[in-house]
Design a binder for this molecule. Structure first.
Ligand code: SF4
Ligand code: SF4
Length: 374
């Protein structure tokens, strides 16, 4: 006798995917055009057609363990050719947002970062932390405003570094728990073919990420490759600048502020400009060319806007200090710190986490032979 297949749809999952940017999921009628045009899909068991039907049927358990979800770069080639306007690239992006939320630890933080109503409270935490540090140091007499502008008079750099390092330790621990669950989930799916070992897969994946090779295979949204390169290296440059500035100030007793002629400043300014230009391209295109670049849910926009504000306030802080406008410079510096800590403390729950989740999934996918057909 033929065996019955019982499907148990997770309706909450379908609602969440729609809310996170995949509202067109139900339009798909399984023609498979998307799997044919996708340059990143493997030759066997191609995506995103199979993910579309799993999403329509609310098969959350299968999708959160599916490495193919992370092989997609939301290039919109499939969206351009889909005859039903089902926007598969956007649906896969929404499923990825669902996945960070699902694996987040503690889980209420994942829900908070995906909910616009929680934003004021989330902002209040770094706002209060920085304000308390400032008041503890200056005793609220605002005497630091007199004389030349020096941000170490507002809050000593050592205090900022202390908060940064202690925050990082906690964040890495929480992020590690979520990533470990994700990694175990990937292995719980039936394996594919065998690929290179873990170390070789890691090296090849790192090369692909650094060189932005997969972005280069996209056709409908080509300019995103350059924009992403600018943001990626701008962010890495800004991180290296922050590390070098700490070494210069703490270990080598440089005075503060570091002069503009110093190579650390050059690196910081070039990185800031690179991130600013890249994000301007990304934000402009996402806001004005939804059909070509893909739609975004709230978590994507939150991350993009916060990252954009970090670069803008970072550059502005320096210009206002050079212009000797005390109130404006200290105010923007305060906003800059609040946004930096917002991004840092909530990294495991925001789109920031996609860097880590995607890297793990790409390594795993390569190790089981899931690579692009082209
Ligand atoms: S998402 Fe569009 S192109 Fe892909 S199978 Fe469904 S209808 Fe066809
Ligand atoms: S958005 Fe691009 S990478 Fe993702 S499934 Fe569609 S064609 Fe493939």
């Amino acid at each position: 006798m033929q065996q019955k297949l019982v499907i148990d749809p997770d309706l909450t999952f379908i609602r969440e995917v729609k809310r996170l940017g995949g509202e067109s999921v139900k339009k798909c009628y399984q023609c498979a055009t998307c799997s044919v045009v996708c340059n990143l899909s493997p030759a066997t068991s191609a995506f995103p057609r199979k993910e579309m039907i799993l999403a329509q049927w609310g098969q959350a358990d299968k999708l959160i363990r599916d490495p193919d979800i992370w092989l997609c770069y939301q290039c919109s080639d499939c969206t351009k050719y889909c005859p039903r306007g089902a926007r598969p690239g956007d649906v896969l992006a929404a499923i990825r947002s669902f996945i960070y939320e699902h694996y987040s630890f503690p889980s209420f933080m994942g829900r908070a970062l995906a909910n616009p109503k929680a934003l004021p409270l989330l902002l209040l935490v770094p706002m209060m932390a920085i304000l308390v540090m400032m008041l503890a140091f200056t005793r609220a007499d605002f005497s630091f405003m007199a004389g030349s502008i020096e941000f170490s008079k507002f809050i000593p750099h050592g205090w900022i570094e202390g908060l940064f390092i202690s925050g990082n330790l906690l964040i890495f621990l929480f992020a590690g728990i979520g990533l470990w669950r994700f990694w175990k989930g990937l292995h719980a799916m039936p394996g594919g073919e065998s690929g290179p070992g873990f170390v070789a897969s890691l090296i090849l994946t790192a090369k692909d990420i650094i060189l932005h090779i997969n972005f280069g295979k996209c056709e409908a949204n080509k300019p995103r490759q350059l924009a992403h390169i600018l943001v990626f290296f701008g962010f890495i440059g800004a991180m290296i600048t922050a590390g070098l500035a700490v070494l210069a100030l703490v270990l080598f007793n440089y005075g503060s502020p570091i002069p503009l002629s110093n190579p650390i400043k050059w690196l910081g300014n070039i990185s800031g400009l690179s991130g600013f230009v890249g994000l301007t391209i990304l934000v402009y295109r996402r806001a004005t060319m939804k059909d070509r670049v893909g739609a975004n849910g709230y978590p994507d926009w939150l991350f993009l806007v916060m990252l954009y504000l970090v670069f803008i306030t970072g550059l502005l802080t320096q210009f206002l200090r050079l212009a000797d406008t005390s109130i404006a410079a200290y105010s923007i510096y305060y906003i800059h710190l609040v946004i930096v800590f917002f991004l840092l403390w909530y990294a495991p729950y925001s789109k920031f986490a996609h860097m880590f989740y995607r890297t793990l999934a790409l390594v795993y996918a390569r190790s089981i032979g899931r690579t692009a057909k082209t």
